[in-house]
Design a protein around this ligand. Structure first.
Ligand SMILES: Cc1ncc(C[n+]2csc(CCOP(=O)(O)OP(=O)(O)O)c2C)c(N)n1
Length: 621
């Protein structure tokens, strides 16, 4: 196996060029086999195999700097930089990350995870190089999906002034997670088609040359072609901005890419090398279903079918169903996603109400202000964004939605620990950053029925309101508790005793488990489902404080600035002297790993919480 000889960075340079296709085949086989067992980002990685080989042949890592936008396509890069064994533990607790990590390798020069940052980061590395008299090459690799993100344009605008070399590789597979959308995608499509058109012309020349006076005809057409070319020359958009454009280049042809990279290296400014790749290349199921294999669960290699098919509904499914019902009931309901129609569950709404559905690309900031505009225009926008990606739109939520008190519904999926994607994707800050915004209202459902009830409440609400719900299976317990949702009101589930658990959303289920563990030790336990994190239910806090020895707040959010701090503040004001314990995520970044394991590790799983409470209550452990 050729791969056996690649033990560390730059070993690839010893591979005979005639063996490159075989090496690419071995890498694909390796990735498919590993990801079929661990799960991970398959399609984007299969598409970037030759591109990564070419970049590793061209660059001299780690002196040269290679930045991967989003970073989900960096698996071959990891493989070629001595991390082959890491694939056994890919995305597992304590194992190799699925994204570039500076702490993992000196060949990972910049951590990524969220989209559209690579050109800014690359430009920073270029300037750092120049100021310090360095000579290394800097390459940022960005996908066509990530090029829909506004930050990429802010960076290009800045890069256009550059008078030294900076190479931006545009890895264009014509896909984001789902189909890429919008004007940029259309433009790139045109670039590809223009090229195809000129190629056809070349064929026509050869035929014409065979006929009498054909040479003259060819000359005439050549002139016409050159003026035509002025109109359609690929990449004029970038060229006009002051950024050299090279391409399009076949992203599965290593020698063609190497030629383009060496050419790019000669320029003394920012240069885009546009490479065309195919998402999922080399694995038929991923070629056929690129969206499904963007981030894959473990699957059977023969069929591509998941090895553990999902049997229960998750919160996204519930949200998806409720949205279609709300859409049917009220024509003013509109839905917005930032490039995640599948992930957010809005695809069904799109299929049923295409005119009221908007995929704005990877553009969370725009999505929120666009929603504000829709609301100002009299509609009822629901903007569905994952918790960690909504971090980008803090100012838009504050400045464009909340100051104007506009009725925008924020459906915040993946709120809480998400697991294998790690630090960049954990949705553990939303309660804190949203809580700090005046006029914002925040809810979290305890189970699937409550998500539905809260969505209905939110649509009828006249102001900014957010509902946060976690990744994974929708809790189907506690069905008997279904008091109507009322603004700022918590829900009392059990009034039994010495300890009162005040739990937010996903932590209500954990609170039930804690209650059982405490009951088994003879300690009685009440549970309040917080429902609202903002405004919090002060009456519920008062009842808890006056009737228990210990009040425990529980949330799957950083403790800092979250629900618990509000409860503590309210309890301090009451001055009852009741004990208080705050359960939340510590002030640190939480790495990748199985969610249950992570919860144990940071002490927010039921046994850890019960143990802490018993200690506090001086119950024998
Ligand atoms: C700010 C942000 N929003 C959404 C995502 C989720 N996401 C991850 S990859 C991706 C699509 C990227 O498409 P592209 O850049 O073309 O890369 P490809 O996977 O096609 O290679 C999206 C939307 C993200 N990582 N960051």
């Amino acid at each position: 196996m050729l791969l056996d000889n690649i033990k560390g960075v730059n070993d690839i340079k010893n591979v005979n060029p005639s063996d490159y296709p075989e090496l690419a085949r071995e890498i694909r086989e390796f990735l498919i086999e590993k990801i079929s067992r661990t799960g991970g980002h398959l399609g984007s990685n299969l598409g970037a195999v030759e591109l990564t080989i070419a970049l590793h042949l061209f660059l001299n890592l780690p002196e040269d700097k290679l930045i991967w936008d989003v970073g989900h396509q960096s698996y071959t890069h990891k493989l070629l930089t001595g991390r082959r064994d890491g694939f056994e533990t890919l995305r597992k607790f304590g194992g190799m990350s699925g994204f570039p990590k500076r702490k993992e390798s000196d060949c990972d020069c910049f951590d990524t995870g969220h989209s559209s940052t690579s050109i800014s980061a690359g430009l920073g590395l270029v300037k750092a190089r120049d100021i310090q008299g360095g000579t290394n090459t800097v390459v940022s690799v960005i996908g066509d999906g990530s090029l829909t993100g506004g930050m990429a344009y802010e960076a290009l605008n800045n890069a256009a002034k550059l008078e030294t070399n900076f190479i931006i590789v545009l890895n264009d597979n014509n896909m984001s997670i789902s189909e890429n959308v919008g004007g940029v995608s259309k433009y790139l499509n045109n670039v590809r088609t223009a090229n195809a058109y000129l190629d056809i012309k070349e064929g026509v020349y050869n035929t014409l040359k065979e006929i009498p006076k054909g040479d003259k005809v060819v000359e005439g057409i050549r002139k016409a072609k050159s003026s035509f070319k002025q109109l359609v020359v690929p990449g004029m958009f970038f060229e006009d901005m002051g950024i050299t454009y090279l391409g399009p280049v076949d992203g599965h042809n290593i020698s063609a890419m190497l030629r383009a990279f060496h050419e790019a290296k000669r320029t003394r400014n920012a240069v885009i090398v546009h490479v065309i790749t195919q998402k999922g290349k080399g694995f038929a199921p991923a070629e056929r279903h690129p969206a499904r294999f963007h981030g894959a669960e473990p699957f059977d290699i023969e069929t591509g079918v998941p090895t553990k098919p999902r049997t229960t509904a998750n919160y996204t499914d519930i949200f998806s169903t409720v949205m279609t019902k709300l859409g049917a009931r009220d024509e003013k309901v509109v839905a917005i996603t930032a490039a995640m129609p599948d992930g957010t569950g809005l695809k069904r709404f799109r299929n049923m109400y295409p005119d009221r559905f908007f995929d704005v690309g990877i553009a969370e900031e725009h999505a929120v202000t666009f929603a504000a505009g829709l609301a100002a225009g009299g509609l009822k926008p629901v903007v569905a964004i994952y918790s960690s990606f909504l971090q980008r739109a803090y100012d838009q939520i504050l400045h464009d939605v909340c100051i104007q008190n506009l009725p925008v519904v924020f459906a915040i999926d993946r709120a809480g620990l998400v697991g294998s994607d790690g630090e960049t994707h954990q949705g553990i800050f939303d309660l804190s950053f949203l809580s700090s915004i005046p006029g914002m209202h925040i809810m979290a459902p305890k189970n699937k029925w409550e998500l539905s009830d809260m969505m209905k409440f939110a649509i009828a609400f006249e102001g900014p309101i957010a509902i946060r719900y976690p990744r994974g299976e929708a809790y189907a317990g506690l069905r008997e508790f279904r008091a109507p949702v009322s603004l700022g009101k918590a829900e009392l589930l059990y009034a039994e005793g010495e300890v009162c658990l005040l739990a937010v959303g996903s932590m209500v289920k954990t609170a039930e488990e804690v209650k059982e563990l405490l009951n088994a030790s003879g300690c009685k336990c009440s549970i309040i489902n917080a429902r609202f994190v903002k405004p919090i239910d002060l009456q519920a806090v008062e009842w808890a404080a006056r009737n228990h020895r210990l009040v425990v707040s529980m949330e799957e959010n950083v403790a800092s600035g979250g629900y618990g701090e509000k409860v503590r503040e309210a309890m301090d004001a009451l001055g009852t002297g009741t004990g208080f314990m705050q359960i939340g995520i510590p002030d640190e970044y939480i790495e990748h790993g199985n969610v249950e394991l992570l919860k144990q590790e940071i002490g927010i799983d039921a046994p850890s919480i019960a143990a802490k409470i018993k200690k506090e209550m001086e119950i024998d452990l």
